[in-house]
Design a protein around this ligand. Structure first.
Ligand code: NAP
Length: 552
């Protein structure tokens, strides 16, 4: 998705009225009526049915094109459209096969918004590259995307699927399945981590994919990981390309554009990085307590006032030079500087069963997958701030959680440790997880206690892993950027790497790895880039003679 700069606020306008005005402008492009039908069980007018009514009422305030009707499951129309579970939303079923099992609550509101716009404008808005792939589909594809209301990665994947269903209404059908409303269906498919995507009952994607990778996975009916665009892809010329849309990248975008640099941000996954899945943040100045995703939304809205964001695009290649050439899964960019703010990805324990059962009870995102484990027994592995924050989050959701830590004291901040003790969450100290067992889903852990030197087993329904992060440096390595012995990008005090024109910021540099430090590093890097592009050090310093003929 290409997220353009938003409408600018008018004097005295609040965030809410600005948003309302932006949405109304978006809906003005809808010319046709959009019938939405909700089918429900007459004996089960539950929280999901009520949420659907509320959401649709809110959307109808933005456009008069939505026509909403409700039917019971024994109605003839339910038979006609083969609806058998409650509630099911059908969106313009005479023209498209797009349905919701459950309700588009929380993060899924974004998917619903995009669905209304795509169906209302009768355009898929697929990139030329993805449309080319989807065109090749010549047999039916029945897609199911399992999502949860708290998963920030889910809308990207669900919208990919909606676009395919709008592009090929005759062949592509879609069910967006809310795992909280249909736990039995998630169970039957073994979808214990979201988003998880099936086509014709074959798993084609675990996690959010770029639109082009999704399109190829749908065509080939197996998960793909890479998409190289055709050579005639669109070219964007800019001063600065920021790779990564976490706090560091977003802040750098604001600072760079305000300095006068034409800048873009490219992000392959959800914006906000790790913060987007942090249940609560209590140490970002100005907020005593704020949901990670809420903080991300505030940062993204701020950044969008300045900088264009290309989300869901994967950078597949960068060629240093003058200009620097950047290739994503969708288009090409040329730039005078690149900021690598690629963040970090969660570490794996590295034991038997972990990879095999990933998404089948092994999870790295309590915010996304927690809802699936309500009333069940899970463990949280780790002893740092993430593990304690997330264990508390699961506990507050009504999940029976035990913390397992390999040492006898926690690395987490005292404030969090106190909350952990007060919530009476059990902790297994000095305990190593040696194996994750289960046929098709997690059933048991093999544990080893360093003090007693004994092994034991523990029956569980799931394991959440929060044992730290590894810097995401594949791209940096490919370009030839120096990496430290600890695996982080090596840089100087101005965030310059060893390659002129290439900079870094945020968790990929190591250090304290706090949101507030990432934000500071993003600002520092953007200011250094601005100064360097005016007065390039690689032209002044002898050691770069002959390195490149880059100039301003
Ligand atoms: P972390 O601080 O690096 O802690 C990782 C924990 O996992 C440590 O307790 C470590 O044990 C354990 N561990 C590492 N490898 C393991 C393995 N193979 N098997 C079992 N246990 C293992 O990671 P984090 O908690 O994800 O936090 C990452 C960064 O984000 C930190 O800088 C943290 O301060 C920051 N953060 C801040 C907040 C906040 O301020 N609210 C929230 C979340 C994260 P040992 O202790 O024995 O090394």
């Amino acid at each position: 998705m290409e997220t353009s700069k938003g409408l600018n606020p008018k004097a005295g306008e609040t965030e809410n009225t600005l948003l309302y005005r932006q949405l109304r402008t978006l809906f003005q492009g809808i010319s046709k009526e959009i019938p939405i039908f909700m089918f429900l069980d007459k004996n089960k007018d539950d929280v999901f049915c009520k949420a659907n009514r509320q959401i649709i009422r809110a959307f109808r305030e933005l456009t008069d094109k939505i026509k909403f009707k409700e039917f019971y499951l024994d109605h003839n129309l339910a038979k006609k459209w083969q609806v058998d579970s409650s509630p099911t939303l059908l969106i313009d079923p005479d023209h498209y096969s797009v349905r919701w099992l459950g309700a588009p609550m929380g993060e899924e509101g974004r998917t619903f918004l995009e669905t209304i716009i795509l169906i209302g404008t009768e355009q898929s808005h697929l990139s030329d590259q993805s449309a080319g792939v989807i065109k090749k589909i010549d047999t039916p594809r029945r897609i199911k995307v399992f999502v949860s209301a708290t998963c920030p990665y889910c809308p990207q994947q669900a919208v990919n699927a909606v676009k395919a269903a709008v592009e090929k209404p005759g062949l592509v059908s879609l069910e967006i399945v809310d795992i909280q409303s249909r736990p039995e269906m998630a169970d039957a498919y073994g979808a214990q981590s979201v988003p998880m995507t099936f086509a014709n009952d074959i798993m084609i994607g675990h996690g959010a994919q770029s639109e082009e990778v999704f399109a190829s996975s749908l065509l080939k009916l197996e998960p793909q990981t890479l998409f190289i665009p055709e050579s005639d892809a669109e070219l964007v010329e800019t001063d600065l390309v920021i790779v990564g849309g976490g706090p560091a990248g977003l802040t750098a975008g604001i600072y760079a554009v305000r300095s006068g640099l034409k800048s873009v941000i490219i992000e392959r996954d959800a914006l906000g990085g790790q913060v987007a899945t942090t249940p609560v943040v209590e140490n970002y100045t100005g907020f005593t307590q704020v949901g990670g995703k809420t903080l991300v939304d505030i940062m993204v809205n701020h950044a969008l006032q300045y900088v264009q964001i290309f989300q869901g695009e994967n950078v597949v290649d960068i060629q240093p030079g003058n200009p620097i050439r950047i290739q994503t899964s969708r288009r090409k960019f040329t730039a005078r500087a690149v900021l690598l703010a690629t963040g970090a990805t969660h570490k794996r324990i590295g034991v038997d069963g972990e990879s095999r059962l990933s998404g089948r009870g092994v999870s790295y995102c309590s915010t996304c997958d927690g809802p699936l484990f309500k009333g069940k027994k899970v463990v949280m592995a780790g002893g740092g701030n993430s593990a304690v924050t997330e264990a508390l989050h699961l506990h507050h959701m009504g999940i029976d959680v035990t913390l397992i830590h390999r040492r006898d004291s926690l690395r987490a901040q005292e404030f969090l440790v106190k909350q952990l003790k007060e919530s009476l969450i059990p902790v297994l100290w000095n305990t190593e997880i040696r194996e994750i067992r289960g046929e098709t889903r997690v059933q048991e852990l093999l544990l080893y206690n360093h003090h007693t030197k004994k092994t034991s087993t523990l029956k569980v329904d799931g394991i959440f892993v929060a044992i730290g992060y590894q810097p995401t440096t594949e791209l940096a390595k490919k370009i030839g950027v120096n990496i430290t012995a600890d695996g982080y990008i090596e840089r100087d005090e101005k965030h310059r790497t060893n390659i002129p024109g290439f900079y870094s910021a945020g968790d990929v540099e190591g250090g304290y790895k706090q949101i507030v430090t990432a934000v500071g590093q993003g600002a520092e890097a953007a200011m250094a880039i601005f100064e360097d592009l005016i007065n390039p050090y690689w032209q002044r310093e002898k050691r770069f003679t002959g390195f490149s003929d880059r100039s301003t």
